[in-house]
Design a protein around this ligand. Structure first.
Ligand code: ADP
Ligand code: PRP
Length: 187
């Protein structure tokens, strides 16, 4: 049987990367792969969870069909390597750090998608983005405005499981694993 594509979405600063890092070993134990994304960000600022490329390199990879999914947001391009289709076909679960803006297109390609929406109150979100210290204040304000546009419509959308990350990360890890194991509702 084909594996599940698990699409983790949520505002910038909600903790998607942190959650995936914290859950990495336990997801691996379950045979769930975490996708390493390709991002047009400098190699120093993408970390281990992504491959940083120039816009030109990204365009070449895209034209060569390197991506199963790709999108643009916050002035960056993101690509999900096409290897995920081989993993899914081999029955492996695959977890993607996804985009709310690209959800509809992703669903067209992967109709059985499991969508997990990481939520955090807007005030906490602002604090986390400030504390992360990666973006300028103007970029942080843009991210918060982008979040306000998405949050109402998505939180009540059908087929979207909510995962609250306002509290300690360890608790969110347990919720995520419980949700994937089918032991509990995600929220
Ligand atoms: N549950 C949590 N409690 C406190 N801080 C958190 C929590 N989850 C994430 N953070 C912090 O919030 C900031 C944004 O997290 P990050 O994983 O980069 O978010 P995203 O990948 O969604 O943009 C980071 O500085 C991270 O350490
Ligand atoms: O359509 P949206 O849901 O707003 O998502 C847009 C992009 O922002 C996030 O990326 P990234 O991890 O780079 O966010 P960051 O800049 O906060 O790290 C997310 O994973 C998407 O790639």
């Amino acid at each position: 049987m084909a594996g599940r594509l698990i699409y983790l979405i949520g505002p910038s600063g909600s903790g998607k990367d942190s959650l995936l890092d914290a859950a990495r070993a336990r997801l691996a134990e379950r045979g769930c792969r975490i996708v390493r994304r390709v991002i047009t960000r400098s190699p120093e600022s993408v970390g281990e969870a992504a491959q940083g490329v120039s816009p030109g390199q990204f365009a070449v990879m895209d034209a060569e069909g390197a991506f199963a999914l790709s999108w643009q947001a916050n002035g960056l391009s993101y690509g999900i390597p096409r290897e995920i289709d081989d993993w899914l076909a081999a029955g492996e679960d695959v977890l993607v750090n996804g985009s709310r803006g690209h959800l509809a297109q992703t669903r067209l390609r992967y109709p059985r998608l499991l969508v997990l929406l990481l939520t955090v109150e807007q005030a906490v979100l602002r604090q986390r983005l400030l504390a992360r210290g990666r973006e300028s204040l103007a970029d942080i304000d843009e991210r918060l405005a982008r979040n306000a546009r998405f949050s109402e419509s998505l939180a009540s959308a059908p087929g979207v499981f909510l995962l609250d990350n306002s509290g300690p990360l360890e608790r969110t890890v347990e919720r995520l694993l419980g949700c994937l194991d089918g032991q509990s509702a995600c929220a």
